[in-house]
Design a protein around this ligand. Structure first.
Ligand SMILES: Cc1ncc(COP(=O)(O)O)c(C=O)c1O
Length: 423
């Protein structure tokens, strides 16, 4: 199309209009509490009940088995189970900083989940931000090189929404500087890089099993080590007690009950729950994973594996139906990567406001990307090596990135409706 020319409106065909009427009627039938959930982490009441019996009645500890399972799934020398992905990342940053020596400056993506920043703040290190390529969501390699040249020796690489990152390119970029990459695979469940699960590539890799992740234990995280021994990381901290076990099971029950489209509008409307909002949570002291979360992880793995396959099919179906002249731009994964599509990221001029009916799009589970770059967070600014830097790729993503739900609870009619609102 000629730059500046208006797109020619497509002629609506009778079947298309019939389909739209059908979609509108099916949405109206769902009731006022209905709102599509942005991400679905499979967790059944049966799994929670059995995990509760296993943990509270039989006093069984599934953690050694889960650690072995993780070492096998994501080939690693050691696996440490922690209270959350943020805690695992905080420990990873601490360990990597000790390995590379002073000064401890960690390079983080300027566009990412705020928890990535919380982990660096918790580790007490200086922060350098690198830019993110809006076409691939991968690190902008020139910008990474600049942060390394300026002194960062540890870099956190976080594949977003399950889009893998070209790990060979990252390693090549780091080689000359003797720097270390931490792979934050919190959003990577179901994604592959060179045929291996995302989370298998870094010298240290981090997993999250929290709400909205591909594989959940209610809450929890893991730190996988490949090259270095764990140096007692959280040795001194308090082990989870009965109250922590109950809290973990309570969180899992809440996820089962409220994480359903039929009722999700209710918790999403409660301002103090902050569901679906991106907020900065100050770091907490790293703790070991609860036995309840480990018991849940054992039970939810088969469901999570099925769910990842469903997400891929749904995301690919939506991508295949994006017209060539669509205003939406898909993200390009690297050739040797298979996305896990925790959500489907698209860039649209104006972001969520670029949808025909933004409120309706939200109700269908469409969500804006992260609302600011990490540079806008007060706790990050205090530690930034270059407070006046610009990260144009990240800023572009803040303005235009939206993500669509891909999980198995999204119906074909809802996918049609999201695509219609895009056109
Ligand atoms: C990229 C990334 N890293 C780390 C985390 C933190 O994981 P957790 O919620 O288990 O603390 C998240 C959580 O959303 C994330 O998206």
């Amino acid at each position: 199309m000629t730059p500046g020319a208006e797109p020619v409106p497509r002629q609506r065909t009778a079947p298309a209009e019939r389909r739209d009427r059908g979609v509108a009627a099916s949405l109206a039938r769902r009731g006022w509490l209905w709102r599509q959930i942005p991400a679905h982490s499979p967790l059944t009441p049966g799994a929670v009940w059995r995990a509760a019996v296993q943990t509270l009645v039989r006093q069984e500890d599934a953690r050694p088995r889960v650690a072995r399972l993780l070492r096998a799934l994501y080939p690693a020398r050691e696996a440490m189970l922690l209270g959350s992905g943020t805690q695992a990342l905080e420990l990873a940053i601490g360990i990597a900083s000790r390995v590379v020596g002073e000064p401890a400056v960690v390079a983080l993506p300027a566009f990412s989940c705020y928890d990535v920043a919380a982990a660096a703040v918790g580790a007490g290190v200086g922060i350098a931000l690198y830019d993110v390529d809006p076409w691939t969501l991968a690190p902008d390699l020139e910008s990474v090189t600049a942060t390394l040249a300026e002194g960062a020796r540890v870099i956190v690489v976080a594949p977003l929404f399950g889009v893998p990152i070209d790990w060979d390119a990252i390693e090549q970029c780091l080689r000359g500087f003797g720097a270390l990459a931490i792979e934050d695979a919190a959003q990577g469940h179901g994604a592959l890089w060179r045929g291996a699960p995302v989370g298998s590539a870094g010298a240290l890799s981090v997993l999250s099993f929290g709400r909205g992740k591909g594989w959940t234990g209610g809450r929890g995280g893991a730190l996988l080590m490949r090259r270095f021994p764990l140096d007692g990381g959280i040795g001194g901290s308090r082990a989870p007690g009965p109250f922590d076990e109950l809290a973990a099971l309570g969180t899992a029950v809440a996820q089962c009950v409220l994480g359903r489209p039929a009722v999700y509008r209710l918790p999403a409307a409660l301002p103090f729950v902050h569901l679906g909002e991106t907020r900065f949570h100050p770091p907490t002291e790293p703790r070991r994973m609860t036995r309840a979360a480990a018991a849940l992880l054992e039970r939810t793995l088969p469901l999570a594996t099925q769910e990842a396959a469903a997400r891929r099919v749904n995301a690919e179906a939506m991508l295949a139906r994006l017209p060539p002249d669509s205003r939406a731009r898909a993200v390009t994964p690297p050739r040797a990567g298979t996305p896990g599509f925790l959500r489907l990221p698209l860039r649209i001029p104006g972001g969520l406001a670029g949808f025909a009916e933004p409120l309706r799009a939200r109700r269908l589970g469409v969500a804006p990307g992260y609302p600011t770059t990490l540079a806008a967070l007060g706790a990050v600014r205090e530690r930034l090596t270059r407070p006046h830097g610009r990260w144009p790729g990240a800023e572009e993503l803040v303005r235009g990135l939206v993500t669509l739900p891909t999980h198995s609870l999204v119906s074909a009619a809802e996918r049609d409706e999201m695509l219609r609102l895009l056109e």
